[in-house]
Design a protein around this ligand. Sequence first.
Ligand code: ADP
Ligand code: NI
Length: 222
Amino acid sequence: MTNKQAILEKARAYVFQELNGEVSGHDWWHIHRVTNLARTIAQKEGADLFICELAALLHDLADGKLNETEAIGLQKVQTWLAINGLETQDQDHIMDIIEHLSFKGGNQTQTVSTLEGQVVQDADRLDALGAIGIARTMAYSGHTGRPIHDPAMQPREQLTLEEYRSGQDTAIMHFYEKLLKLKDRMNTTTAKELAQERHQFLETYLEQFYGKRPITRYLPIK
Ligand code: ADP
Ligand code: NI
């Protein structure tokens, strides 16, 4: 086993231990899917596989929602990388990716700067779309005690991070405030292609949710 393979193996064990059973949308299987997607995209786009895979595995450990603060979370990941013998240059690269990955309302000025960062960000965003993305949205809303839908509440434009995190929203509002915007924000051509079908599924889901399609399988309620 090469040193890189050994580091990936340790990262997998560490992340599994930290996130297995997490219920706000950042569980181990989200990490597993994002890592696989990142590998697929990295191969097609010619990005560094090791950096993409390691950043994908570690990308949610520093999240502000899972740590006292995001800064404390980032320090935790930095320490792990140093203890596990990653070269300084690679440490900096991974930290740069993790720090700039998150959507956070979509208005931040600093974004990922390297191809590897773009790949991992695309992979993370693809897992917020389609059937999986809908399940995660509903789980997150339920977890934070928010309603599924309220026709009186309208999606908000130009959200600040505070507004985005404030909890004054519904699961359906989140489709408009984030999910439906993601297909046009993919960085790589590969992810843009992969996003199409998942985006279409969101549209179909909303149509049925609002009842624009006749539901023929059920008898009318008398
Ligand atoms: P973000 O950077 O937008 O917080 P996360 O990856 O941390 O993204 O969010 C975890 C999951 O929860 C994602 O599937 C995301 O779409 C969903 N989510 C985030 N915020 C909300 C919200 N306010 N309502 C419903 N789902 C949400
Ligand atoms: Ni994630």
